[in-house]
Write a protein that binds this ligand. Structure first.
Ligand code: BGC
Length: 370
């Protein structure tokens, strides 16, 4: 959508809002206490935000994204905003139903992290037609979304690829790597893969490459076992894993075969950071979730209140269906043994005590993490 079309769409949405506010006004006059009052300032804080996350196996969603978004919505609405939450547990059709239910229940705005960016487009359209704006969260959902927040996901993949090359050194020319990408229904996975290939292609031979169904660690584990028998355990010099959850499954397969090589990751999950401490995993990508969650909450509240996003969203991105979507893209950091202190600990994501539990104490001492 170009800017002019967006303005038109916003004007249409704004006049739809005016109509519904006028309707509410008369409802309030006739004593209907269940409806919001027609006063837009009063309505301003009494908003219902539908939050839809894609899965609950990767730790970030329940541990960081959900509580951070809820907290920020409360903060921005004097504790009056309500968040209605649904997790799709990797089921794209269930997520369509979850969106449809929220539209029926007349939430004021949606924050949506899609299981399947294409499959959700129809539901996004229904929300839009019902006058409910949609903020795409982390994954760029298709359909007429109003805003987007994420990280620069090509850079995430590039960061992983570059770190792997650095860990490989001379070995890059002497062996092969395995690439374990994320789910093909997730547009981020394609971007991570693109960035990783930009860094790795021509520098190291990719012996086997997989798109991992539903991002599941057990699928990554099975694929890794397949790669080991296809390539041969002595030829594998490293593994590109798109996230920490899969790195866990991959490292289990490597260990069972007696292989110790650098493995990448993403998300700075506690288990991933602990594997970095022990040296089982080489790196992760630290994506600060608070700024991403805050941006989603700020844009959702602004949209629900009919305010402009200009002071929040400085970038724009294009999806396959929608052009010029106002966006906030948060920078990322490569996380290795050297900068655990300056990243996840400094930002209060984990304490040293959480990372350095009994089993990890000696390894923590060794790298000076106290
Ligand atoms: C997210 C990653 C996450 C993965 C699996 C991606 O879209 O950006 O942080 O590890 O999905 O849920």
């Amino acid at each position: 959508m170009n800017t002019r079309m967006r303005r038109t769409a916003m004007a249409v949405a704004a006049s739809a809002l005016a109509v519904s506010l006028a309707a509410c006004g008369s409802a309030a006059e006739s004593g209907d206490k269940d409806k919001d009052s027609g006063d837009s300032a009063a309505k301003g804080d009494n908003i219902k935000v539908g939050l839809l996350l894609p899965e609950n196996q990767t730790a970030r969603y329940e541990k960081f994204d959900k509580p951070l978004i809820e907290k920020k919505i409360k903060e921005l609405t004097n504790n009056k905003g309500e968040v209605i939450y649904a997790n799709a547990k990797q089921d794209a059709s269930q997520q369509n139903q979850q969106v449809d239910t929220m539209v029926t229940n007349k939430v004021d705005v949606l924050i949506l992290d899609a299981v399947d960016a294409k499959a959700i487009a129809g539901s996004v359209k229904k929300a839009k037609e019902a006058g409910i704006p949609v903020v795409a969260y982390d994954r760029l959902a298709e359909g007429p979304i109003d805003a987007y927040t994420s990280f620069d996901n090509v850079t995430v993949g590039k960061t992983q690829g570059e770190a792997l090359l650095e860990a490989l050194g001379d070995k890059a020319e002497k062996g092969q790597i395995v690439m374990m990408n994320g789910s093909s229904t997730d547009p981020n996975a394609a971007q991570f893969k693109k960035g990783a290939h930009e860094a790795l292609d021509g520098k190291v031979k990719v012996g086997r490459e997989y798109d991992t169904k539903e991002w599941k660690p057990e699928n990554a584990n099975a694929n890794m076992e397949g790669a080991i028998s296809a390539i041969g355990k002595d030829k594998i010099v490293g593994v590109y894993s798109a996230n920490d959850g899969m790195a866990g499954g991959i490292i289990t397969a490597l260990k069972a075969a007696g292989i110790k090589v650098p493995v990448t990751g993403q998300d700075a999950e506690l288990a991933g950071v602990q594997r970095i401490v022990t040296g089982e995993q080489f790196m992760s990508v630290y994506k600060p979730y608070a700024p991403e969650a805050d941006a989603a909450a700020e844009m959702a509240v602004a949209l629900a209140q009919g305010k402009s996003l200009d002071s929040i969203a400085k970038d724009t991105v294009d999806s396959a269906t929608t052009k010029g979507v106002p966006s906030v893209l948060v920078p990322v950091v490569s996380l290795t043994q050297e900068n655990i202190n300056d990243t996840v600990i400094k930002d209060g994501v984990y304490t040293v005590e959480e990372i350095c539990t009994g089993k990890y104490k000696a390894a923590c001492d060794k790298i000076g993490l106290k």
